[in-house]
Design a protein around this ligand. Structure first.
Ligand code: XMP
Length: 506
């Protein structure tokens, strides 16, 4: 595997994604907690950072203990650190170098740069620049404004690059990463979904033995794939719990429960709608709503878990980005919203946790799901928030409002599917606004609800753009919603991107 040492760059996860796209396993660890270097580790990538090597207390690393032992590639800050620590000069660049640049001078015979081309486009994003290299460091690529765009330390497999090969704007970045990971580090490109599945099932078998496992399912990709893997390993020692919190999409509970049963999972469906509505009655603050839902979910889940005699483990669908976030250099980022489903396990449930997907990115989870032959209706599903429609009904929740929103949402989502738009959208839904507006139907004035439609494109939900859905389609949706859903007389489309807006309205 490849070890990626993180100095806090926003692009670190992307480096890992790119390496894994080469079918090579890699892990990200913080720079200040380097794991033991064993034979499994074939090379190290040092990430970028928002810091400058000249800052007091800048992130630092004992490079002497790594140099020469195995190949090292420093990216941006990583390359500056190499230059700075061995006697080079790193200075603030006179212009902030940000955006596309071209490698006008490039040593194409070089093992790191082969299969790239003269003038190759690369993405720069740095405030510092390497003005002078230490003795024994050799420039192997330059742009018109950055002389040291790439260097090599003579006599050892240590390299530095000022640009970011991991972002797609660096059009040949993948070639460079392949050169490093495959040719220079000698990694076999044998990390595939099937290898992952076999190894995980073996691992789960030996870890769990003959114990019983309980797991909450949400209908989403992660929990479904995790449950399927555990089920393959231990069969009916796994009991799944799927809770109807009354905040799911129209018909979702019945449909998803049916697919789970078809997949052979042992699932208990629990109708707790009223318990959730009671807990939510009168609450309008979004955080209070989330907390109430989280609390009731745990109560319901705990009731069910207690019915399983001698259960020892709790299965969870935690994925790699959640793990990286919790150990990251920056620490867990400020709580903007309390995502109740990553809150961990309450003390009173003394179960050990098993998380078979905690080394995978979302797209890898989908690939594994497909290899496990989980139906496409589950794998290709848009993400849906744990608190469900409760955070898409602004203000207080009533069963009647949920029903109205379910009808609107159903028309919109079915419309996207019928028009071949569903898979072009990362997430979509409808929001019930806490206002009424005037309309006219026949000879009568109406005073009814307004709904907003939202459809965004995104990679991981951290940033998002609104999707330019065709006007004709939007017109059709508006007509259908207003004609078919009682109590709604106006439809608007949300054209805000994240940031500065967020995907959800609460
Ligand atoms: P925002 O609104 O923060 O949403 O841009 C980003 C992604 O997170 C989902 N989301 C949630 N998921 N519990 C969840 O499980 C929550 O409380 C929650 N709030 C937002 C949102 O649907 C989007 O995919």
């Amino acid at each position: 595997q490849i070890l990626i040492l993180d100095f806090g760059s926003q692009y670190t996860q992307l480096i890992a994604r790119r390496v894994r796209e080469l079918n090579v396993y890699c892990e990200i660890h913080p720079f200040n907690n380097v794991p033991e270097i064993n034979d499994d580790i074939k090379g190290i990538i040092l990430s970028g950072s928002p810091c400058s090597v000249r800052d007091e207390g800048a992130p630092d690393l004992d490079l002497d203990s790594l140099r020469g032992r195995l190949p090292i590639l420093g990216v941006c800050y990583g390359s500056q650190l190499l230059a700075h620590k061995y006697g080079g000069e790193v200075l603030p660049s006179t212009i902030r170098e940000y955006g596309r640049a071209n490698l006008d001078h490039i040593d194409l015979h070089h093992d790191l740069l082969k299969e790239m081309t003269h003038g190759s486009t690369v993405w720069m994003s740095h405030g510092d620049t390497i003005k002078k290299l230490p003795e024994g460091f050799k420039v192997i690529a330059s742009t018109s404004s950055v002389e040291v765009a790439a260097f090599k330390i003579e006599g050892e497999k240590t390299y530095g690059i000022q640009f970011h090969p991991e972002v797609t704007h660096s059009t040949e970045g993948k070639n460079l990463l392949r050169n490093f990971v495959v040719s220079i580090c000698g990694c076999a490109q044998d990390w595939t979904s099937d290898v992952f599945i076999d190894a995980t099932i073996e691992d789960l078998k030996s870890k769990i033995g003959s114990d019983k496992v309980v797991m909450g399912l949400s209908g989403g990709v992660d929990s479904s794939v995790a449950a399927t893997l555990i089920h393959r390993a231990i069969g009916d020692q796994l009991t799944c719990v799927f809770v109807d919190n009354g905040l799911l999409r129209k018909n979702e509970f019945e449909e998803v429960l049916e697919s789970y049963k078809d997949m052979g999972l042992n699932v208990i469906g629990v109708d707790s709608k009223q318990r959730f509505y009671d807990a939510l009655a009168g609450l309008t603050d979004p955080e209070a709503k989330r907390k109430a839902i989280g609390r009731v979910f745990i109560e319901v889940f705990d009731d069910e878990a207690h019915k399983i005699d001698g259960v020892k483990w709790l299965g969870q669908g935690t994925i790699y980005p959640d793990v990286i976030e919790s150990v990251s250099v920056k620490g867990p980022s400020a709580t903007i919203k309390s995502h109740h489903n990553v809150g961990g396990l309450p003390d009173f449930m003394k179960l050990s946790v098993v998380e078979p997907l905690n080394t995978l990115f979302k797209d890898e989870v989908r690939e594994v799901g497909r290899a496990l032959e989980i139906p496409e209706t589950i794998i290709g599903r848009h993400p849906f928030p744990g608190p469900g429609l409760a955070i898409r009904i602004l203000g207080d929740i009533t069963a009647e409002k949920v029903k109205t929103l379910q009808e609107v949402d159903h028309i919109f989502i079915q419309g996207l599917k019928n028009h071949g738009l569903y898979d072009q959208v990362w997430q979509a839904g409808a929001i019930l606004l806490p206002i009424q507006s005037v309309g006219v139907m026949g000879d009568e004035r109406t005073y009814e609800r307004v709904v907003a439609l939202r459809a965004v494109g995104s990679v991981d939900g951290m940033t998002a753009d609104w999707i330019h859905l065709p006007y004709e389609f939007l017109g059709k949706m508006s007509n259908e919603i207003i004609n078919r859903v009682k109590g709604v007389n106006r439809v608007v489309y949300d054209i805000s991107s994240k940031p500065p807006a967020t995907i959800e309205w609460e």
